[in-house]
Design a protein around this ligand. Structure first.
Ligand SMILES: *[C@@H]1O[C@H](CO)[C@@H](O)[C@H](O)[C@H]1NC(C)=O
Length: 201
């Protein structure tokens, strides 16, 4: 096993910790906001500024995690099977497609749509269904996972593939929390709008 993944490297566990920490952090904080308006209060009562603050924090945490990931890969052995032309080509395709999914979904959703604005009561007028959302329901998560895998292959590191499996698992768990919660926020708005409509008649 040692020839694939060097489990004695602390950097491996630091990267794994960052991978687990990030979605845990933003889900915890977003729910605090939803229940107690914690971030809105911190932003002086302005939900939009609160959301921008969370966006900047999540974005920065992502950069730090990516740095830990690359650092961890540097400390790991490469494997010849992952250094073939095929593997290198796949790496380029994965990183390119992954970045396209992430960037186009940010473009489609805007800052507040991307960074959990719905927990702040900042809702989209309607659910975005065009590209990249007609390819996958969670382009941000799948795009990010593809970039992790592409990076692992690019450097030819089995440990990167292992960390990518962790990223995938953590995102699946995050989605299992986020998707029903977001759906309920929008369902609640629809119920309230209908109730308002009836009163207005
Ligand atoms: C997604 O939508 C884009 C345009 O918005 C279109 O070009 C593309 O073919 C669609 N893809 C799928 C898989 O439906």
């Amino acid at each position: 096993m040692d020839q694939y993944v060097d489990f004695s490297q602390p950097s491996l566990y630091i990267a794994a910790g960052a991978v687990v920490f990030n979605p845990t952090f933003w889900n915890t904080v977003a729910r605090l906001e939803y229940r107690n308006k914690t971030l809105t209060k911190l932003a002086g009562g302005n939900a939009l500024y609160g959301c921008y603050g969370l966006a900047a924090t999540i974005f920065s945490l992502g950069i730090i995690r990516d740095a830990f990931y690359e650092r961890a890969l540097r400390d790991q052995p490469s494997h010849p099977a992952l250094e073939s032309f095929l593997s290198q080509s796949l790496a380029v395709v994965l990183v390119a497609c992954g970045n396209i999914l992430v960037l186009t979904s940010m473009w489609a959703l805007g800052v507040t749509g991307t960074y959990l604005g719905d927990y702040f009561g900042i809702l989209m007028d309607e659910i975005v269904t065009g590209f990249p959302f007609n390819v996958t329901g969670s382009p941000m998560y799948y795009g990010s996972t593809m970039s992790f895998l592409g990076t692992a292959l690019w450097y030819g590191k089995p440990a990167g593939v292992l960390l990518t499996a962790l990223v995938f698992t953590v995102y699946q768990i995050a989605l299992s929390f986020e998707d029903p919660f977001t759906a309920e926020i929008y369902a609640k708005r629809d119920r309230e709008q209908k109730a308002k409509g009836r009163k207005g008649q």
